[in-house]
Ligand binder design. Structure first.
Ligand code: NAD
Length: 281
């Protein structure tokens, strides 16, 4: 018996990375899945986003676990499109129990007109709020919402100094932390929970790209994975370069389940102790 037998989970950014891992983990716990991904790139982002082929592979893997999926290509920035996605899921499954607002981008391409700031905040903050907004009308007592932040929003100046994209990313993630506390209080009387997970560096394409590498090795023109792998662990208290998507999915599955039924308004770090370290002088 799984901890989510008979439940339905809506997950954004499900083509790959943490979103795919969350979909597989929640499906393994018994949930049917409503999945969304944009499957398109951004001018301001220096690494490719998930593709339709990757999204189809997520669907295939969920179905291989014996669960049903309603998968749609849609943009979390466009609330009416997300409304249609959830409506299609409700028509198929008749209920919604778990929401995982995970889709996110790290736009490192600056541009003096701050397009990167706009894209970062549109996807990483407005996209999360849209995902929650279109879900709320369908949620009943016992439902659980999990949104994805980042330790980049908790470490002072983590990415703020990296131009408009980094600044927008940090601000969006920082704002998620207060959003969770404020909205969770309003949802609590209806027994609907809202929590955030805040990963540190996680082994996905959002981490493995030249813009992030340059933040760790500003001395190099075109740093590669080999150039940064020794620098990564320095930000953690535990000596690891990054965490895996499955490490975040374990927490998402716990927050989605009845086991955490009285936990709400929390900002949970999955950060290998990064936030315990004193700030560099
Ligand atoms: N990887 C890290 O180091 C790290 C650290 C902290 C927080 N995070 C956060 O974790 C979440 C998941 O990121 P990931 O690491 O799996 O990265 P990823 O790039 O592998 O996956 C993100 C997915 O979101 C999709 N997406 C992007 N914009 C979208 C949009 N507008 N609408 C719908 N889908 C969209 C992409 O196509 C992609 O499949 C993000 O919110 C990210 O900010 C990541």
């Amino acid at each position: 018996m799984g901890s989510l037998d008979g439940k339905v989970a809506f997950i954004t950014g499900a083509a790959r990375g943490q979103g795919r891992s969350h979909a597989l983990r929640l499906a393994a716990e018994g949930a049917d899945i409503i999945a969304v991904d944009l499957c398109a790139d951004f001018d301001t982002v220096n690494y490719p986003q998930g593709t339709k082929a990757e999204f189809d592979e997520t669907v295939r893997q969920v179905e291989a676990l014996g669960r049903a999926v309603v998968g749609s290509v849609a943009d979390v920035r466009v609330r009416p499109d997300l409304e249609s996605v959830v409506a299609a899921g409700m028509e198929r499954f008749g209920r919604l129990d778990v929401v995982v607002a995970n889709a996110g981008i790290y736009p490192g391409q600056g541009g003096t007109r701050c397009e990167a700031f706009v894209d970062a905040t549109d996807v990483d903050l407005i996209g999360v709020m849209n995902t929650v907004a279109v879900s709320l009308p369908h949620l009943q007592s016992g439902a659980s919402i999990i949104v994805t932040g980042s330790t980049a929003g908790m470490i002072d100046g983590a990415t703020d100094k990296l131009g408009p994209g980094g600044s927008g990313y940090s601000w969006a993630k920082r704002t998620i932390a207060s959003y969770v506390e404020v909205l969770a209080l309003q949802l609590a009387p209806q027994m609907i929970r809202l929590n955030a997970v805040h990963p540190t560096n996680c082994n996905t394409p959002l981490l493995h790209n030249i813009d992030v590498y340059k933040a760790f090795r500003p001395d190099l023109e075109r740093p590669t994975r080999d150039d940064v792998i020794d620098a990564f662990p320095a930000m953690h208290a535990m000596p690891v370069p990054y965490i895996e998507p499955e490490d975040v999915s374990s927490i998402v599955a716990f927050l989605a389940s009845e086991q955490s039924r009285y936990m709400t308004g929390l900002n949970l770090r999955v950060d290998a102790g990064a936030m315990l370290k004193p700030a560099p002088v």
